[in-house]
Design a protein around this ligand. Sequence first.
Ligand code: TYD
Length: 217
Amino acid sequence: MAKNTTKEYDAELNKTIFDIKHQRTFCMIKPDGVMRGLVGEIIHRIEKTGLKVVAMKMLTPTEEMVKAHYPVNNEKWIVRLGSKAKSGLDGLSLSAKEVYGTDDEKALGENALAGLIQYMQSGPVVAMVVEGIQSIDMVRKLAGATLPFKAEMGTIRGDFSVDNPIVANVEGRSIHNLFHASEDTEEAEHEIKLWFGGETICDYSLGSDDIMYCKHY
Ligand code: TYD
């Protein structure tokens, strides 16, 4: 886009830089994370990167909230869930049909979703808004891959969870993977509004902000 004046250009660029530095994401320590006493460990990992928690609360989600949180009416997302569930058998030389009775991704996804909705209401969670440079990608990286055995060591899921989605599906439950983090900007905006709409998001600086991502010399 053509810029009319230097001043206008600066203002626009400054806003872009500000938005990158102050990007917000939503994340949640799921019931298994709370019940295993991993709240401090997980928050510590977020804080250690230089990101900051700007809102936080503990609550037991209602069914209504869980259904508003996940895109439960989005068939594409449900099929993706089923496809991920199927990939839980990678390396086991077994098919989903042999273990679960079907390899239909929509059916697998629907079953996983039913377990997920129950699981997310099964106990308290810690919901957070986290802010900082590229926080969405950073917190996803901290979380690790959805399936515990695929999540790299060094990530929250890789270090602290172990479960298999097809086994979970057969048992009619969710996989227990400790942590949720928004996947992209749209999801982050939706989830922050859903869990913290109308509540105060704190505005403060960390002593390390300047050293980490400002020219302080
Ligand atoms: P998804 O949005 O695909 O992953 P992520 O949490 O990494 O963004 O899936 C949402 C949650 O669904 C996932 O964190 C755990 C649960 N889940 C199951 O319970 N069973 C399954 O087979 C899969 C694939 C996911």
